[in-house]
Design a protein around this ligand. Structure first.
Ligand SMILES: NC(=O)c1ccc[n+]([C@@H]2O[C@H](COP(=O)([O-])OP(=O)(O)OC[C@H]3O[C@@H](n4cnc5c(N)ncnc54)[C@H](O)[C@@H]3O)[C@@H](O)[C@H]2O)c1
Ligand SMILES: O=P(O)(O)OC[C@H](O)CO
Length: 335
């Protein structure tokens, strides 16, 4: 079977390596032609995933149309801000039998849509799935045991994607709650930025545990208001991805947060991380979405003020601590 992977960053490359080891032929495309040449000539993605051998059945492709031809599955592995542009670019070359799998974690700034909603706008007759969960490229590409979720509203599609990606080192569960899986995957990046800032400010494990716990509470509140199943947030794409992103040194979002907590501005932090920090755009869309539908998200709101209104991060933490007194269980739907 042929699979097209669109986006040759760290995650697109790690997933190509994983799928190639299962014997599939992978056509990987990226707008950055240098990294496609590196994959073909050096068998390594030097820019985004150095030190990992890219097997010979991963073919770097310069023309997107060629990457798509005869591919049963199309994996979308670009950052969320690029998904719309990518869909519009591939629209003339995709037929309705091809299955689209989204790896991008984000909420579109201009429309407040989830990634599968953007993809469905362009491909209403195709089967679409989302692959999400605690999975850093640096570990998956080294065959470190990982578990993740394949979500689709269509059970057959979720089962098919589960079979395609599953390996003895990469366990894939299915879930039909696409809303919950995508909201968990996108919004955990906000909490990871906040957890990083807390670390960068020199706060402790207590602080981070509080941010993570209150974080999943506001993620679930948003998700449920949008129609998700609350149980999804107790799963791999909810608390699972939140744990890995808030605690791992591989996390781009956490690393950016640490730098901001240490005094760098947002631009300096993103430039230093060198890879996509999805949580920054997602903070903006989530803040707007939560206000639009009337869901309280205190951590997201404070982070929005820190990132976009220049609020002092230490003062933001003080404000979170001094909010009105609450009952943890009774007030679950308000705050
Ligand atoms: N890296 C991980 O461990 C990981 C794991 C799970 C999910 N994800 C998600 O996968 C997505 C991709 O992340 P990544 O870590 O691979 O990013 P990355 O920063 O490593 O690479 C981004 C890639 O996207 C390409 N790109 C950037 N802007 C583009 C545009 N406008 N059009 C086309 N291509 C563009 C770049 O050339 C680059 O190859 C993100 O949504 C991320 O949250 C990443
Ligand atoms: O490195 P991060 O923080 O962008 O997170 C990557 C993945 O979403 C972890 O599952």
């Amino acid at each position: 079977m042929k699979i097209a992977v669109l986006g040759g960053g760290s995650w697109g490359t790690a997933i190509s390596v994983l799928l190639s080891k299962k014997g599939y032929d992978i056509n990987i495309w990226d707008r950055n032609t240098v990294l496609i040449s590196d994959i073909n000539e050096k068998r390594e993605n030097l820019r985004y995933l150095p030190g990992i051998l890219v097997p010979s059945n991963v073919y770097g492709v310069f023309e997107i149309e060629k990457a798509l031809k005869d591919s049963k599955v199309i994996v979308i592995a670009v950052p969320s801000h690029a998904v719309r542009e990518l869909c519009s670019r591939i629209l003339p070359f995709v037929d309705k039998e091809q299955i689209l799998v989204s790896l991008a974690k984000g909420i579109e700034n201009s429309t407040l849509l989830r990634m599968s909603q953007v993809i469905n706008e362009f491909f209403p007759n195709n089967r679409v799935a989302v692959l999400s969960g605690p999975s850093h490229a640096e570990e998956v590409s080294r065959d470190i045991p990982t578990a993740i979720v394949a979500a689709s509203i269509d059970e057959d599609t979720a089962n098919f994607v589960q079979d395609v990606f599953m390996t003895p080192k990469f366990r894939v569960y299915t879930n039909k709650d696409v809303i919950g899986v995508e909201i968990g995957g996108a919004v955990k990046n906000i909490i990871a930025l906040a957890a990083g800032i807390s670390d960068g400010l020199g706060f402790g494990d207590n602080t981070k545990a509080a941010l993570m716990t209150r974080g999943i509470s506001e993620i679930a509140r948003l998700g449920v208001a949008l129609g998700a199943d609350a149980l999804t947030f107790a799963g791999l794409s909810g608390i699972g991805d939140l744990i890995v992103t808030c605690t791992s040194m591989h996390s781009r979002n956490r690393r950016a947060g640490i730098l901001i907590g240490q005094g760098k501005n947002v631009e300096e932090a993103v430039n230093e991380v060198k890879m996509v920090v999805e949580g920054i755009n997602t903070t903006k869309s989530t803040y707007e979405l939560a206000n639009k539908i009337g869901v309280e998200m205190p951590i997201t709101t404070e982070l929005y003020k820190v990132l976009f209104e220049g609020k002092n991060a230490k003062y933001a933490v003080t404000e979170l601590m001094l909010r009105d007194k609450k009952d943890e269980i009774k007030d679950v739907n308000q705050n």
